[in-house]
Design a protein around this ligand. Sequence first.
Ligand SMILES: Cc1cc2nc3c(=O)[nH]c(=O)nc-3n(C[C@H](O)[C@H](O)[C@H](O)COP(=O)(O)O)c2cc1C
Length: 181
Amino acid sequence: MNNLVILGISGSLRADSSNTMILKTIQRLLPEAITFRIFEGMDQIPHFSPRIPENEAVARFKNAVRQANGIIISTPEYAFGVPGTLKNALDWTVSTGDFNEKPVCAISASPLDSGGRNALASLLLILTALGTKKHENASLSIAHIKSKLDPEINLVTHPETLIALQDQVNNLLKYIGFTFG
Ligand SMILES: Cc1cc2nc3c(=O)[nH]c(=O)nc-3n(C[C@H](O)[C@H](O)[C@H](O)COP(=O)(O)O)c2cc1C
């Protein structure tokens, strides 16, 4: 199974988000045969309520999730939790089960020592509630993220972090059934 699509979801809306840079780095670590898309338009997803009909951005989000063979979420931590924007987008998928059985990998990154571990723990719980599939090493928390990026090129450059990200990519692809050439 090598015609695979991986979807990247950033938990940050900031233009120079370190989590979006992590996803852009992952894009370069993936084999060429893999199609990688970072979801754009999280800021157009309205506040979830069961009685509000989905708009175009919600439909696009759900569609992108459904079409993906695997999903990588990279998120900051806000007030010890998952940013509301990301939680809100995930809440839209609860009743329609778009994440059900999807292989996922969860990453948190923070400029602090903690690496956003609280947000990561919370995200993993949410992903369990959504029915996603995870292998035993499907998460990574990255501390001191600012010192591991090159803001000139918008990519992670820290060698050990690159190895950790490559491990995450390879583990997810193996889990999905990608055959490395
Ligand atoms: C409202 C707010 C709350 C935050 N709370 C935390 C926190 O609880 N833990 C933490 O490690 N960092 C916290 N931070 C710092 C973020 O980790 C930091 O801004 C990070 O770079 C955001 O990720 P991004 O670069 O992808 O936008 C907070 C930042 C903001 C703006």
